[in-house]
Write a protein that binds this ligand. Structure first.
Ligand code: AVJ
Length: 325
């Protein structure tokens, strides 16, 4: 640690909400070369609102495409899942996609939203519990990247269906995505399945446009991370001195979002000083894209077989039903 010390408690500034572990993760990321920050720090209240706006942008195809794939194929999905399943969502679901499943699946034994953030979890779970009084909602606040014990619903589930929508799998580095699929395999149990949204490789121009919208919402979403660190970690990022960058990199097959320093500057975060060269960036997100073949290989290594794949006509996005082998 260099000059200055962070306060000892979790209270590290106005509107503080970041835990000591999160603060440590931020500092570790900024000490790295190149500097990185986890995309999980996007989602404070303002960031979540900006993400909602992103999902409605004309350029951002994933959300509306996944939603229409779900709507068009819901009867087949219902048939595959069968009656009295337990739906286990990785990440707290409040989305339309979750609602479609809760509306149509046959006599669900339980809906189990799993999220590390208790705040996200309770808000989403309460709304869904109110809207679906016939479904037992059992929110679980755990880190889903490691195996965890499932709650026991009143009605015995006939199978566990792990649900992971939104192509959130793309935010994980390939080795972490592989490990996460292995956890999902465990949680699915014998006879269980995985229902997952996976964004597909396509013309890089289409991808780059989706993350560089003309209204500048994605730029605000990206820069909001610095605003959040200013608020919650007593940082002093000058938001005028960083610009949004989103590029597709062919070899890792991913969109990368960066915040690029427009001048040489120093920034203080939780008492620690960080130096930026002009043009130096912080990588804030990797969004991996897969071909159907690539995803299938990864699912198979985790023990799944891809049983059914639904896509849109342009093959932008896929929803996949994977069985335990
Ligand atoms: C929520 C991770 C699926 O990668 O497309 C949208 C987040 N970032 N625009 C994505 C995001 C910029 C999104 N995921």
């Amino acid at each position: 640690m260099t000059c200055g010390t962070a306060m000892e408690t979790d209270e590290v500034g106005p509107g503080s909400a970041l835990s000591a572990a999160d603060r440590q993760e931020v500092l570790d990321g900024l000490r790295q070369q190149p500097k990185t920050l986890s995309p999980k720090f996007f989602y404070d209240e303002r960031g979540s609102r900006l993400f909602e706006q992103i999902t409605e942008l004309p350029e951002y195809y994933p959300t509306r495409t996944e939603l229409s794939i779900m709507r068009e194929n819901i009867e087949e999905i219902v048939g595959l899942v069968g009656p009295q399943a337990s739906l286990i969502e990785f990440g707290s679901g409040s989305s339309m996609k979750t609602r479609i499943l809760l509306e149509h699946l046959d006599r669900l034994a339980a809906y189990v939203p799993v999220d590390i953030s208790r705040d996200h979890l309770t808000a989403a779970a309460e709304t869904l519990a109110a809207d679906f009084p016939q479904i037992e909602v059992l929110p679980l606040a755990v880190d889903f990247t490691r195996p965890f014990d499932l709650p026991k619903p009143k009605v015995m589930p006939l199978r566990n269906i792990v649900y992971f929508p939104g192509s959130t799998i793309g935010n994980f580095m390939p080795s972490a995505a592989q490990a996460l699929l292995e956890v999902m395999y465990e949680e699915a149990n014998e006879d269980g399945a995985l229902l997952i949204g996976v964004d597909l490789k396509k013309d890089p121009a289409v991808l780059e446009t989706a993350y560089n919208d003309s209204a500048g919402v994605t730029a605000r979403f990206n820069l909001n991370m610095l605003r959040r660190l200013n608020n919650e970690l007593s940082a002093n990022f000058d938001l005028e001195k960083f610009r949004h960058l989103a590029v597709y990199r062919e070899e890792p097959g991913r969109i990368e979002m960066h915040l690029v320093s427009t001048s040489a500057q120093a920034v203080t975060v939780a008492g620690e000083r960080f130096q930026f060269e002009e043009g130096e960036s912080i990588r804030t997100e990797c969004s991996h894209k897969y071909t159907l073949k690539e995803f299938e290989a990864m699912a198979e290594r985790a023990g799944f077989s891809v049983h059914r794949v639904w896509t849109d006509r342009e093959r932008l996005f896929s929803v996949q039903y994977c069985l335990r082998r």
